[in-house]
Write a protein that binds this ligand. Sequence first.
Ligand code: G4P
Length: 526
Amino acid sequence: MSAIDEIQKRKTFGIVSHPDAGKTTLTEKLLLFGGAIQEAGAVKSNKIKKHATSDFMEIERQRGISVATSVMAFPYRDHQVNILDTPGHKDFAEDTFRTLTAVDSVIVVIDVAKGVETQTEKLVEVCRMRHTPIIVFINKLDREGKDAVDLLDEVEKKLGLHVTPLSWPIGMGQQFKGVYNIYEKKLVLFRPHSKQEEEEIIEINDVEDPLLDHHVGKRAADELRVELETVTHVYPAFDREKYLSGEVCPVFFGSAVNNFGVKELLDCFIDIAPPPLARETEERIVRPDEETFTGFVFKIHANIDPRHRDRIAFLRICSGKFERNTNYYHVRQERQMKFSNPTSFMASRKEVIDEAWPGDIVGLYDSGNFNIGDALTQGEKLHFKGIPRFSPEMFRRVINKDPMKTKQLNKGLDQLMDEGVAQMFVKELNGDKIIGTVGALQFDVIQYRLEHEYGAKCDYEPLSLHKACWIEADTDAGLQAFITRKKKDIARDKDEKPVFLAESAWVLRMTLENFPDIRFHFTSEF
Ligand code: G4P
């Protein structure tokens, strides 16, 4: 198979949702279609969220499981589908943001009864910033929920997306009869708890066909006709180019747990979802069909085996062919490295691979050489864009509880930050270390892991900070003058970039007004 064919057959995507909308269930059904698993219940990845907010010990236990399901690859209709798992827990939102940099498209799952929830809003915002093509799957139609039109309105308003429904529900909850697949012009009848092969599909090219009344009853059929008439007037016809540029997203309705509407979703996804896309670097655009290999690390998973400080770095291949036992250039460290055991992830099975193609995710065993965002190439100095750090929402100062273990503490903190567990800022004035996170859970995780993996003990002093802003000015002198004026509120991030720590929204506003020459950014990439 030629390189182009290899690239074209890959579809790399992520499923995102608010916890409990049905992401795990949908993933599982997709894997069943792909033959990657044989039975339901095999995907446990994001069950983490089930264990409340403070049960981080449980999360530690689950980490071992979730590494196996971080990437799930399966073949389907001559394609290779790579699903990248995203943590459901809100405290791990930053992990999800980073994973989204490694996908080419996204499926958003929404609970028909709950509608658009906060976590979904945040994640879709990141997708929108990156123009990632999105398909929406409205789930749990076997339950009573919101009216379909109202839901689409909500999706448009809250998520800022334009939608084109490609299927339409007939009834809901107790009265749920199935969906009309607008994309394929077929009626799909709902039989609760049926197996995938039992889905009853009837070709109805024209909804005026009396066959429709025969199958769903006259009342439901008439309702559907009226609704479809409205749908065709209100929403634009499906346009793949607009989907690919992130302007319009197709919507499907179904019930993941009943395996209903999932095959339609998957088939349409295979037809329309983009193959591996080009990636931006600071230097140039990297196209997947370039001959030379490039890739970047978007996730690091530590401590697969607690006795060794092993880590797995997840590499997204962006161009060329990746080969085992071949020397590649680690751009940040400016040295050659080769990998004898690169692994791919086929659902819960891990296996060593000899080669991988753009769109694939490869796991590299790492003893501390990789940071998130690192590039591997065949010699070219490239820096991939789009792996930003976001301003944290909670801040605490690290207190070293065992000065004899200062070295271990510093090493542990550095490594945990490389993994992306949280962000650390070092105060310009006194060298204080401030940890910033999106959720309280990470503080416990850091404390626990420092003690168990590095033998260091820390405590925290809560800080009431509003935001960390990366700062920039037209001239070095201008920036330096601001840093000098605000010295007590300035810290450095891990790349030594200056950051302004704003105590409150008011302070931030005043500073913005008083220093018009300084630009304040809420992400590290601007
Ligand atoms: P998540 O990964 O997005 O957090 O959601 P998950 O798939 O774990 O689903 C959350 C709950 O919703 C599960 O029930 C799941 O069975 C249920 N669910 C998923 N799809 C549907 C659907 O189409 N219809 C209905 N009625 N329920 C659905 P649970 O009781 O929390 O867990 P479990 O014991 O069933 O695993």
